[in-house]
Design a protein around this ligand. Sequence first.
Ligand code: UFG
Length: 319
Amino acid sequence: MTEILVTGGAGYLGSVATTLLLDAGHRVRVLDDLSTGHLDAVDERAQFVEGSLEDPTALDEAVSGVQSVIHFAGKSLVAESVAQPELYHRVNVGGTTQLLEAMARHGVTRCVFSSSAATYGEPVELPLRETSPTQPTSPYGESKLRVDALLSDAATRGLAAVSLRYFNVAGALETARGWLGERHHPETHLVPNVLEASENHPLTLFGTDWNTPDGTCVRDYVHVVDLIDAHVRALDVLENGRHHIVNLGSGRGYSNREVIATSESVLGRPVPVVESPRRPGDPAVLVASIERAEHLLGWRPERDLRRMIDDAYAARLAR
Ligand code: UFG
């Protein structure tokens, strides 16, 4: 049985990963500083180490004896990164540097990393391929790209690494202990905000004048359970001295209005919407090519947008 360190295991993606890895028979250790995560989201079968990526003592405790690391921990809000670029550099780039140093101290050579479609910036081709130009438009995207470069560099010294570039993640996982879903404060993502919208607090729909079929932005959604399944598969393709970069999406886009319409069908009522100007930094369309994920990981997402919204809604109702 292998032991895997999940950094950021109290967050949305990390908590789902922890539970699914445990269910698959792995031992799991979680490192999280609980700055944005929730302790009650951490599966009680996991060993929990409270601490940050910037705390060498916590890192040593977390890394010692594990075979692989799945690295989710980090800051992940585009707008916050524009306001506080140094924070994103320090936590995402500096923190990952410290994690890699701790892994080297303990002879751990296998790492799967949460990268992002934000590394590409405004697309110059669609669908986006892993070979597409990377010109991030936010310090968040820049920090993820810097970490991808750190991993490529470390691979020249023997690290086995996979960077998974997520597009838009949604959905939730039902567990024996209840639902694991998105609980961000503040919440900035479309699906949870649509489900939360009410007459008193309507959804702010950013931009209806984009050059897209219905004037709203188009995004590529992937269910959190499919996303984590790709991480489990990535563990199997880790190879010393190689760094693979792999997009994770569905390969098709949905407009913001399509997301709202699907949510209305799940909710059985209209979603109150206030049309607003464009949100700064939003590209019009982000859609992934997932050919590499299919070939390298043998992965295809199984759950569609309706299922993502069904599950996100069930998780919200259960709160
Ligand atoms: N949107 C609204 N109203 C909201 C929230 C979002 O209209 O209340 C719109 C946005 O303007 C955008 C779309 O819904 O057009 C999707 O926005 P999200 O914030 O849900 O997701 P993003 O595409 O901005 O961001 C996601 C990840 C980022 C990642 C980025 C690029 O959350 O971490 O994709 O891949 F950087």
